[in-house]
Design a protein around this ligand. Structure first.
Ligand SMILES: [Zn+2]
Length: 423
């Protein structure tokens, strides 16, 4: 722990211990409060039953009012407290036990129980235990983020079915607001919305960069959307913002794409494809994006190392991890007989980028400056041999052929089905 030497000794550990002690006591007492609130609710229900009253809802309403009045809180807050107490005491006693030992704060417990309660019942048990372990280890903010990741992972097993059901509910709606204004809501796949928002932002930024432009980015975004929706005519937009394309990063473990369904992928313990800023996406959507939809940056990753294997046609320069992998595989320049260490080489697109070559492991190899020049500016030609794991076949101007094998093999993974792996 860093202790600022300028700080006076009031905040040094002795005092901090007292703060922690008080906080722990508060948590223990909070647990006790929840237990007592639940006991009160149950007693009221029992009492009502004895008196022959059958409308549980009305009785609970009465309990809520009583609790609100006694604690001087709103009935709404009292209602939340009652349902939280019931959940902690009856549905999730392990959470209560953790609070009673001051292992988690009441806030952690609220977040955990809210998240678990929202889950489909079949997933609750899978999330509760690891979720509680996270609550006991992490600060509230980190806990919330990691819990979200945990839930995404667990739920991704049925993502495709849920996505397809939800997709049938896509729609737009207009919601009126004050001052003759209102909102348009679009319920649609998040990947598409992300792209739409990205493109709108890019266009709006291009517009407000003009001299004399006074609109804010928010205002320009709203204007761009309306221009596109109402007229579809962009006469008022400067040339440089037309045809702007959104870039969305899709990261898909190669092995994930080989699975038939999210269920079998999850069963095999392979992470779901994710879109930066969105989270997991269904396999069919990822497969479509990986397969050549334009306007996306496709990132395929090595199943074990998570290393990037391809960014397709969306980026000329290989990402650092891909460059590293290409150089590691070759170890040396891939020119015939050359001993130049790969670290001192350029990464060559074996099929020229200009001729449609992709930025992917199967089209990249390191070449030293000399061999790079020969390959580009003489009648020598090269091609990477398909399925060879990176071997380069050089053909001389006289037609002689030389095969240069890489030093190392990047493991090739195959599905259990009949299809081969794409790398
Ligand atoms: Zn060389």
């Amino acid at each position: 722990m860093f202790i600022d030497p300028e700080l006076d000794d009031r905040m040094l550990p002795g005092e901090l211990d007292l703060v922690i002690e008080a906080a722990d006591m508060m948590t223990v007492l909070a647990a006790q409060r929840l237990v007592r609130i639940d006991a009160m609710r149950r007693e009221a229900l029992r009492e009502a039953t004895r008196n022959g009253r059958v409308l549980t809802e009305v009785v609970e309403r009465g309990v809520r009012l009583e609790l609100a009045a006694a604690l001087r809180i709103t009935e709404h807050a009292a209602g939340d407290l009652l349902s939280f107490s019931e959940a902690v005491v009856h549905s999730y006693p392990v959470v209560l036990a953790s609070m009673e030992r001051a292992r988690i704060t009441e806030r952690h417990a609220q977040i955990l129980i809210a998240a678990v309660s929202e889950l489909e019942p079949e997933f609750r048990a899978q999330v509760l235990e690891p979720g509680l372990a996270l609550a006991e280890a992490e600060a509230v903010g980190t806990f919330r983020r990691k819990l979200r990741g945990l839930i995404d992972g667990v739920r991704s097993a049925t993502l495709t079915e849920r996505y397809e059901r939800a997709l049938t509910r896509r729609r737009i709606a207009v919601e009126p607001d004050d001052d003759a204004m209102g909102w348009v809501h679009v319920y649609a796949p998040m990947v598409a919305l992300h792209a739409a928002f990205g493109r709108t932002t890019a266009m709006a930024k291009g517009i407000i960069a003009r001299d004399g432009e006074t609109r804010t980015l928010d205002q320009a975004r709203a204007d761009v959307v309306l221009d596109l929706l109402i007229d579809g005519v962009l006469d008022t937009h400067p040339d440089h913002v037309r045809g702007v394309q959104a870039t969305v990063f899709v990261t898909a473990p190669v092995l994930a794409l080989l699975h038939e369904s999210d269920a079998s992928r999850a069963a095999a313990g392979i992470d779901p494809p994710v879109v930066e800023g969105i989270g997991p996406i269904p396999l069919p959507v990822a497969r479509e994006l990986a397969g050549g939809a334009s306007g996306w940056t496709r990132v395929l990753t090595h199943p074990e190392t998570g290393m990037v294997l391809s960014v397709g046609r969306d980026q000329y320069r290989p990402p650092p991890a891909l460059q590293k992998l290409v150089k590691w595989r070759a170890d040396r320049c891939m020119g015939p007989g050359c001993g130049m260490p790969a670290s001192r080489c350029d990464v060559d697109h074996n099929v020229d980028w200009a001729l449609g070559g992709h930025t992917e492991l199967t089209n990249l190899g390191p070449l030293c400056e000399g061999h790079h020049t020969v390959r580009h500016h003489t009648d020598w030609s090269i091609r990477q041999v398909a399925g060879s794991g990176g071997a380069i076949l050089w053909t001389s101007p006289s037609g002689r052929r030389y095969l240069v094998e890489p030093e190392r093999a990047v493991p090739v993974f195959r599905s259990t089905g009949s299809r081969g792996a794409p790398f």
